[in-house]
Structure formats: structure tokens, C-alpha cells
Design a protein. Structure first.
Length: 541
């Protein structure tokens, strides 16, 4: 049997577009003499639909598209495609997250996902009823094929697999190995730094249990804050990789089950390059799938905005990225100089609009009513919000998406201005700690100076007051980032006075993060939909 791994980028809710892509890949797979083509989880619907499933008409439209797709597929090839289907039982939730097997002229076979993730950004059981993996075996080309969907293979008790403890038992252990000749997994597994290696662990554990080959097909592309990195692969019954697809782009790969031969692409593994490519992919798809064609950002002469400008240029091309330099009363000449140099290096257009007159006039009007007081955070935030005013005005006039430039360290402790530097349609580096921002910026300069080295080497400053430095208000970033890693990603308690102070700042600034733009997720625990802390509470433990 020859199996095609169809690693595609689906658009949530674009059933016609997704169906056309599925059909196109199926035709290509048949031309390559594939017997079976496997698509990712929810490839027809897009992943994840979350509360779109509250609208039955949406699922009905997808099911109608599935019927048309079935009629359109060529003869003599089997198609396994991920879709959302109605639960045939009247008990439980309305839908199944399913894999549907299609053959020309034959009745579809439907296989439901059993393990439904409810951690971090996932909440599948909100609308999805679990199936039973043991029922997901069918015969095709004299092979008994077990169909699993993403999480179904993640319940192995492996030391580097932190997810297994979420499930009381592993449903795969209840299936006898003698009943299975091939395991197939349809996935929509988002990118994180450790996910590539963890997928190898759980698939090899699956292969070891069944003593059969396995094909793993993962979605690629961005959807809201999630980034799917692809990297589909096939293992022989000894757990050896026999086919490997690319990461961060679509791919059609082949695996010959009998000959144990498949296409071997070299996947990106270098950590910083993986993060760069994931953010570029996530940014590109977020803009495109939201209906925008161009973006802009405030360029400050600092490292955060410089990195966002680089990512945006990589994602969309220089002609679709504009930058605004908005000097105020405390902006330095160096900031203007290095912003201009960066824009020149990237080939993006840079506009300069001073906020000086606006700041003086607004402050004067404010003080007429409330009286003049010593310079304070009020003055600082006024500058940030005036910059936000200009940036959003440009967005309205040009139908351009504004990119925020805050990083995870700043968002953690509230070192940002609500309705100022926190505005925008997307926060591309909101899941990067400040130390990671520096590392990725240096990575950009690995072969040539893209970001002026002075931007990387200068001490970080918001330039909202005279001689201001970030370190005047915050612990050193290396210390701050270690604490954020411990508290946010490690779920550990704060012990030292410094850790307790940072935790206090985190809790007090939760209301800001609730109002942040979506954040591209590249870590195991990002701020945003996957971290649901209350705003009004008094827990400082």
C-alpha cells in the first residue's frame, strides 16, 4: 500500500476552499499512485471551531460540502479526512470530532475521536462527544487500519509526556495488537519548542504497542493564536522514521508500506529558526485569514518593535509593511536614526509624526480642569496613548492591521500601557520573554546586520520620561524571565521576596492582559485564551 501524507493549511469555516484543496491533493496523490491519502484533523472544517459549533447551520454547511467532496473524488483511492460530524446518538454532545473515510461509490465510514483535550487553549468537550477508539478499525486493501485522532495517542505514561496524567486510562491499551496492521493519526497539533520530540515519543510508544507501522499527518498553518507546524511523518514497525514532511509549509509526501520507503525532507530543528518560522507563519495566516492584506506598527528604535518589523516583513513582504516613528518629548536622536536604518535595511516605508504638539495641548487641557501635578505615570501613559491614537487612525484610513510590540515579560508584570502600546489586532511576540527577543534579534543578524546592532546593544527604554531605563522599574530581564518561567510555565509557588513581588505585579495586571490583542502562542503556556485567570480576586499565594 502506498500512503500519501497530505499536510495542508485549512482555513476555519472556508468549506469550499478547504474542499477544493482536499480534492486537489487527492488527485495529486492518485497521480503518484497512492492507494490512500490522509489529511489532518478537522481538515475540512478547520481547527478549532470552538463556539462556531453553537450554530448548527455552520456544521450543516460543512456536511453538505463533505457530500459534494465525496462525489468528486477520483476512483481507486481512499481518502481519510478530518471533519466535524453530527453525533448519531441522541445522547451526549451534538457533534463528533471525526475522521471520515471516503471511497468513490461507497458509503462513508466515520471514526470519532475519544480523548478530548480540555487543557490550555483546548476545550473540545464543550461541544464534542467522545467516541471510542476501539471502534475505529476498518479494512482497506487487505489491511486492518486503526484510525486515531490527535489526542488519542497522547495517553502513554512517558516521563517527557506531561499530558498522560490527564486521562484515567489509555484507550489504545484496550486494543489487541493482533487486530491492527497499520495505525493512522490525523492531527492538529500546535507548535511549541518541545512538541516535535514529544510527537516522536508518543508515536513510537504506539508503534511499540501494536508492532505495526504508523502514519502521522499534522495540520500546518496559523489559526488565531495557534500555529500548526506540520512535520508529518511515517514510522515502520520498529519505530524508525521512513517518511518525513517539511515543517511550517504545506507538503504532499508518500510512504510505501511494503518497501518501507518514503519522502525524506529535512525538518527545521534549530530552536531559534523554528520560533522565527512559526511566528512568520502565524503572523501571515492571522492577517490573511482575518481579511487584511497589509500591516503597520510603531517603530520606536527599541528591540521589540525592530523584531516585529522583521517578522512582518518576512511574513508579508516589505511592500505590505509600514512603520510609523512617533517621537515625543523624551525620544532620543538615536531612536530616530536607528529606526530609519532598520526601515532601510528591511525596505519598508517609514513615516514620522511628532506627538509633541498633541502632548502639550492634551496635557494643557487636562491640567486646566484637574490642575497641574508633578510628572508621573499619567504623563507617561498620555504619550503612549497619543501614539496609539495615530496608529489606529492610520489603521482606519488604510485598512491596515496594527501589530502590537509588547513581549511576554512586559505583559507579565504590566509594564505596558492599556490603550497605548497594548492596542492592535495581533501581538506577534507576546509569548516571547525579553531574553528570547534578544536571542531572536541576534539570530536575524546571523548572516548580515538586519537589525542595527546599536538597537540590540542599547539598554531597553520606553523613553517616556527623562533618562528612563526599563531596569529602573523592573528586575534585570534575565532574573525576571526566570521567575516568569517558574510561575507561568512551571506552575511553581513564589518563594523569594523578588518572586513574590513579581507575582504581585502579575496578579495586579491581569486586567490588562484580558484586553490584550491575540498573542501568537509558541510556548507551552502563553498568555491569552489558554490562561484563564480571574481579574477580581485576592489570591496572592
Amino acid at each position: 500500500m502506498r500512503i500519501a501524507l497530505a499536510q495542508i493549511n485549512s482555513k476555519l469555516g472556508d468549506f469550499t476552499g478547504n474542499s477544493e484543496k482536499i480534492l486537489s491533493y487527492t488527485v495529486r496523490a492518485k497521480e503518484k499512485h497512492a492507494d490512500l491519502v490522509v489529511f489532518p484533523e478537522a481538515a475540512l472544517f478547520g481547527y478549532h471551531p470552538v463556539d462556531l459549533l453553537e450554530r448548527p447551520s455552520v456544521v450543516k454547511a460543512q456536511e453538505e460540502t463533505l457530500v459534494k467532496l465525496h462525489k468528486s473524488i477520483p476512483k481507486e483511492i481512499g481518502v481519510l479526512v478530518g471533519a466535524i460530524v453530527r453525533n448519531p446518538s441522541r445522547e451526549g454532545k451534538r457533534y463528533w470530532n471525526a475522521a471520515v473515510f471516503l471511497e468513490k461509490g461507497k458509503k462513508p465510514k466515520v471514526f470519532a475521536k475519544q480523548l478530548l483535550p480540555t487543557y490550555d487553549v483546548f476545550d473540545e468537550s464543550r461541544h464534542i462527544e467522545p467516541g471510542k477508539v476501539a471502534d475505529n478499525i476498518f479494512r482497506f486493501k487487505k489491511k486492518r487500519i486503526l484510525v486515531t485522532i490527535c489526542e488519542d495517542i497522547w495517553a502513554w505514561p512517558l516521563s517527557k509526556n506531561p499530558w498522560y496524567a490527564r486521562y484515567g486510562s489509555n484507550p489504545l491499551k484496550k486494543i489487541k495488537s493482533k487486530d491492527v496492521d497499520l495505525v493512522v493519526n490525523l492531527s492538529a497539533s500546535p507548535f511549541t519548542e518541545m512538541k516535535f520530540d514529544n510527537r516522536r515519543l508518543v508515536t513510537r510508544a504506539t508503534v511499540a504497542h501494536f508492532k505495526t507501522p504508523m502514519v502521522y499527518v499534522n495540520m500546518v498553518g496559523g489559526q488565531d493564536e495557534l500555529i500548526f507546524d506540520g512535520g508529518s511523518f511515517a514510522l515502520n514497525k520498529r519505530g524508525e522514521v521512513q517518511a518525513q514532511s517539511v515543517r511550517f509549509s504545506e507538503d504532499l509526501n508518500l510512504y510505501d508500506l511494503k518497501a518501507e520507503v518514503g519522502g525524506m525532507r529535512e525538518p527545521v530543528r534549530e530552536p531559534l529558526e523554528c520560533v522565527r518560522q512559526s511566528l512568520v507563519l502565524g503572523l501571515r495566516d492571522f492577517v490573511d485569514k482575518s481579511g487584511f492584506e497589509k500591516v503597520h506598527l510603531g517603530l520606536s528604535g527599541g528591540i521589540d518593535s525592530a523584531l516585529v518589523a522583521c517578522l512582518a516583513t518576512d511574513a508579508l513582504g516589505p511592500s505590505k509593511v509600514k512603520a510609523l516613528y512617533l517621537p515625543g518629548p523624551f525620544s532620543s536622536k538615536e531612536s530616530q536614526k536607528w529606526s530609519a536604518k532598520l526601515a532601510e535595511n528591511l525596505g519598508i516605508e517609514l513615516f514620522e509624526i511628532s506627538i509633541m504638539d498633541s502632548y502639550k495641548k492634551t496635557l494643557s487641557e487636562f491640567e486646566k480642569t484637574f490642575g497641574a501635578k508633578e510628572f508621573s505615570v499619567t504623563n507617561e501613559n498620555l504619550q503612549a496613548r497619543l501614539r496609539g491614537l495615530f496608529l489606529m487612525a492610520y489603521s482606519n484610513q488604510n485598512r491596515s492591521m496594527l501589530l502590537g510590540t509588547s513581549n511576554k515579560s512586559e505583559l507579565a508584570v504590566g509594564y505596558s500601557t492599556l490603550y497605548g502600546d497594548m492596542i492592535g489586532g495581533l501581538m506577534p511576540i507576546g509569548d516571547l520573554l525579553k531574553t528570547q527577543v534578544f536571542d531572536l534579534s541576534r539570530h536575524y543578524n546571523k548572516e548580515a546586520e538586519v537589525i542595527p546592532v546599536e538597537i540590540i546593544e542599547r539598554p531597553p527604554s520606553a523613553e517616556l520620561r527623562a533618562d528612563q531605563l526599563d531596569q529602573d522599574s523592573l528586575p534585570p530581564y534575565d532574573q525576571l524571565d526566570k521567575t516568569i518561567q517558574k510561575l507561568v510555565l512551571g506552575f511553581q509557588p513564589a518563594k523569594t521576596p523578588s518572586e513574590k513581588e513579581i507575582l504581585n505585579l502579575m496578579i495586579k495586571s491581569e486586567f490588562k492582559r484580558w484586553q490584550s490583542p491575540p498573542i501568537l502562542k509558541v510556548s507551552d503556556h502563553a498568555f491569552g485564551r489558554g490562561r484563564r485567570f480571574p481579574v477580581a480576586h485576592s489570591s496572592f499565594y
